[in-house]
Design a protein around this ligand. Structure first.
Ligand SMILES: C[S@@+](CC[C@H](N)C(=O)[O-])C[C@H]1O[C@@H](n2cnc3c(N)ncnc32)[C@H](O)[C@@H]1O
Length: 323
């Protein structure tokens, strides 16, 4: 695999600013979810996808395995594939194998996590007729780079799987889809995987597994701050906390301070006191209705060409075509 780095050069400085800005928000302190994915966080996320309570990944894998042929029949060759936040790319094999059976394929996995890109290459290197160019980058910078590298006659198929779109606040999600659209040509495609609203108990358990893997994933963000920014968070004094917010139809992942305590972060030039019970919001996971996707597509410059819904775990794969 070729691996290109297209990210910013002062990664520690950017991290420190993001952490300082998020923790200074007094109504609700926050940390950006993108920073959950260092090497350890990436490995823990992979473990999460195997948990019996986390139905999303298995549902999406079933949809891709069963319907890849149907999805690709709607996209005439030649096609180059770009995946935003590829992670390990384990599910993507079904799309790439089906595509590689009809043409030679260029695949651009984009991820801020170098560990994810290495794993992705290990998962997919066995597929013949596939060239993998990993882009260690943020979503849109990577997409711009991949769009420049496509051959003039190639259509782009952009994959945004795993319901990662649910991590954006609703207005930001639509703005992000519009930004994706701006990098595409009419006829290019976006395959968008979204988790669908279901019983609250199932949605909560998916992020609060009894084995504590998701808790470790969440708490690792504090240990990453300790390691990379000189923080002094005591992990045992914070706990994983999950809420479901009905009005916004979203799961929220928080870290709750179990006591009054003061924390300093050297690189962020930051010290603050947490109240007992105060939380830091680390991730939002919005849940969708299948019927709302065509409207989101229209508002962001796409047409919703087809939808496939898993019947075991409500999850929808949506094929959007750039208008
Ligand atoms: C929820 S995981 C999903 C992984 C995979 N697509 C799946 O469906 O299982 C999100 C992935 O996006 C990456 N990521 C998060 N924020 C990112 C950003 N701003 N730019 C690029 N990659 C990002 C993470 O490193 C992680 O691999």
């Amino acid at each position: 695999m070729m691996l290109s780095y297209t990210g910013q050069t002062d990664a520690v400085g950017e991290f420190a600013v993001a952490v300082g800005d998020g923790l200074r928000k007094l109504n609700q302190r926050e940390l950006p979810s993108a920073y959950l994915y260092d090497e350890l966080g990436t490995a823990l996320f992979e473990a999460i996808t195997l948990l019996p309570e986390y139905g999303l990944t298995r549902a999406e894998e079933r949809l891709l395995r069963r319907h890849a042929g149907d999805m690709l029949r709607r996209l005439p060759p030649p096609v180059a594939v770009v995946e935003l936040g590829s992670g390990s790319g384990r599910k993507t094999r079904w799309i790439l194998e089906a595509l590689a059976a009809r043409e030679s394929v260029a695949y651009f996995p984009i991820d801020i996590s170098a560990a994810a890109l290495i794993k992705c290459h290990q998962e997919l290197a066995h597929i013949g007729a596939l060239s993998i160019v990993g882009l260690e980058s943020s979503y849109l910078e990577g997409l711009q780079e991949a769009a420049i590298r496509r051959r003039p006659n190639q259509a782009l198929l952009v994959l945004f799987l795993g319901s990662t779109i649910g991590n954006f606040h609703p207005p930001a999600a639509e703005k992000f889809l519009q930004d994706i659209r701006r990098n595409l040509r009419p006829g290019d495609a976006l395959l968008l995987g979204v988790d669908v609203k279901k019983a609250i108990h199932d949605m909560v358990l998916a992020y609060d597994d009894p084995a504590g893997v998701t808790a470790a994933f969440n708490l690792n963000l504090l240990s990453r701050i300790n390691r990379e920014l000189g923080g002094d968070f005591v992990l045992r004094h914070f706990e994983h906390h999950i809420r479901y917010q009905e009005i916004n139809c979203r799961i929220e992942m928080h870290l709750r301070s179990t006591r009054r305590q003061t924390v300093s972060i050297r690189e962020a030039d930051f010290t603050c006191t947490f109240r007992e019970g105060e939380t830091i919001w680390t991730e939002a996971c919005r849940k969708f209705r299948v019927e709302e996707i065509p409207g989101i597509a229209r508002r962001t410059g796409f047409l919703c060409e087809a939808q496939w819904v898993d019947t075991e775990w409500a999850f929808a794969e949506n094929l959007l075509i750039a208008d």
